[in-house]
Design a protein around this ligand. Structure first.
Ligand code: FAD
Length: 489
């Protein structure tokens, strides 16, 4: 169920083992899910730019196997834009203070000194923790606005733990030394990996090209992906799932019987589709899983070159846009005409809120005006635009999501052992393609070979760890802020 990276990887692996598969996808035309590439009049754009980078060599090899010489290696440039100036990302204190100018730099230093002399005792919120480390002014410029844009939650309500794990504290002595002394070579593998992230791979025609290719390979193996199928129910009997019932684009209802089922559709949806319905606590746990949604507005602009970054983080509080992608800088072939540019303005939102329900023309107008307001391009240079709304772009990690996911996992494992979950929303894990693919590979191998591989033991770096125990926090990589216990929206 689902033809995103997880569903397609599972099918690709299963067909390698000669296991017959059927892939059902609700989108009428695009494969790739969140990693699809949308096309509009020859302009191609992602739902958020997708870097192909993994610490898991097997996944890197799989990308190469499918893409061959269509995979580009690109340099990464992604800066922060704030009040008309660009700042290095990750933030470098000297560069930040220099760019802010002497008056603001002095204010930042005074506020930093004040925070050091008068720290907030026992900081609980992200706001308190970052303010203690950087001072209020640097915090409000570089952390507050963007974090709140992405998660739609005040930084007062987010837990300090996330910041403590992810954000390096500021040592002004070190800042001054590193500004004056020549750069040394990286010392260890960790530093080299960090440097490597400055380069990433990217399919010539965007991430969707990878998934279009996998779909063609499946077709050549006699297993075409069935598009435009909306799942109506997942029927089970006697402790096993028996049939998936879907409606196709023509309105006809179809039934797909099987012996093993892999779901990469959002966990909340999966549980709701089960028939008979699961026990109330399982349904309740699923209904309370939260998501952050996303709108990408692609604007076609009559300019050959606007900025050199792949993407820019917009910290400016006067606009709603959170990030701007420049797809031509990911791959020149993302635009049909090199005298033009295609930017993707990204807005983080909740399904049904003011932005989500705005009509497309109004959204394009907002994007065009914000671009002009940021001083990036005059409104009359924008000659076309298209809006893509993406539900459930980010699974939300609140303080109780793990317990809810556990209730669902336990139920599925005990009551429906032939129903397997894989992927990002399939497992409610805020991870990249490599993680989704690795979980799907393991599920497929377990089905094909009968081995006891467990996709829940894949960590955020897409590495399979036999020793991750249930309930243990995986601190190896991508972490997201968690809402403070007792704070509700
Ligand atoms: C803004 C953004 C930027 C990202 N950047 C990167 C990046 O730089 N690098 C990277 O590696 N990853 C990135 N990711 C993450 C990456 O997109 C995901 O990890 C990956 O797409 C997850 O794959 P999946 O198959 O698990 O889920 P999805 O991609 O969500 O695919 C699920 C599929 O199931 C289908 N589906 C859902 N419900 C049903 C239903 N009821 N019936 C039938 N089909 C259904 C959907 O249409 C979809 O095609 C990014 C994600 C976002 C949102």
């Amino acid at each position: 169920m689902g033809a995103g990276p997880a569903g397609l990887t599972a099918a690709y692996e299963l067909t390698k083992h000669d296991v017959p598969v059927t892939v059902i996808e609700k989108d009428p035309s695009y494969v790739g899910g969140l990693a699809r590439t949308v096309e509009h009049n020859g302009y191609r754009f992602d739902i958020g730019g997708h870097r192909f980078f993994s610490k898991n060599q097997e996944i890197e090899d799989l990308w190469t196997e499918v893409m061959q010489d269509e995979m580009l290696t690109r340099g990464r440039l992604s800066r922060i834009y704030y009040r008309g100036r660009f700042y290095a990302y990750p933030i470098k204190a000297f560069n930040a203070l220099w760019n802010l100018g002497p008056v603001e730099a002095v204010r930042c230093l005074v506020s930093y000194a004040y925070a050091k002399v008068r720290p907030i005792k026992n900081p609980r919120s992200l706001e308190d923790w970052v303010r203690n480390q950087f001072g209020w002014r640097l915090y409000s410029i570089f952390f507050k606005t963007y974090t709140e844009k992405v998660w739609g939650i005040s930084t007062k309500e987010l837990s300090a733990d996330w910041a403590a794990q992810r954000i390096k504290s500021l040592d002004l002595g070190l800042v001054i030394r590193s500004a004056l002394l020549p750069k040394r070579k990286p010392r260890d593998r960790g530093e080299i990996v960090t440097t490597l992230i400055d380069r990433f791979r990217y399919p010539r025609l965007g991430p969707g090209q990878m998934w279009e290719r996998v779909t063609s390979i499946l077709e050549s193996r006699g297993r075409p992906v069935l598009m435009g199928r909306t799942i109506l129910r997942i029927e089970h009997r006697g402790g096993l799932v028996r049939t998936v019932v879907a409606r196709n684009d023509d309105g006809a209802v179809e039934e797909y019987a099987g012996s093993q089922f892999v779901s990469s559709i959002p966990m909340r949806e999966l549980v709701r589709l089960l028939e008979p319905a699961p026990p109330a606590p399982v349904l309740d746990a699923a209904n309370k899983l939260g998501y952050r949604d996303f709108i990408s507005i692609a604007l076609m602009i009559d300019r050959p070159d606007l900025f050199p970054d792949n993407w820019i983080y917009i910290h400016d509080p006067s606009v709603k846009v959170g990030r701007i992608q420049n797809f031509k800088n990911w791959s020149p072939d993302m635009v049909p005409d090199q005298t033009k540019t295609c930017l993707g303005l990204e807005y983080f939102c909740f399904e049904g809120d003011g932005l989500w329900t705005m009509d497309d023309a109004a959204l394009i107008d907002v994007a065009r005006k914000e671009l002009a307001q940021l001083g990036m391009c005059p409104p009359e240079a924008v000659f076309d635009g298209v809006v893509v709304r993406q539900q459930k772009a980010y699974p939300v990690y609140d303080d109780v999501y793990q317990a809810r996911v556990q209730v669902i996992r336990d139920y599925l494992a005990k009551s429906l052992p032939n129903l397997h979950v894989a992927g990002r929303n399939g497992m409610h894990k805020y991870n990249n393609q490599d993680h989704s693919m690795m979980t799907a590979l393991l599920v497929a191998r377990a089905i094909a070979t009968g081995s006891a591989l467990d996709p829940w033991k894949v960590n955020a770096d897409a590495v399979y760890h036999e020793d991750i125990r249930v309930g243990e926090k995986d601190l190896s990589g991508r972490q997201v802020p968690e809402r403070l216990a007792g704070v509700s929206r």
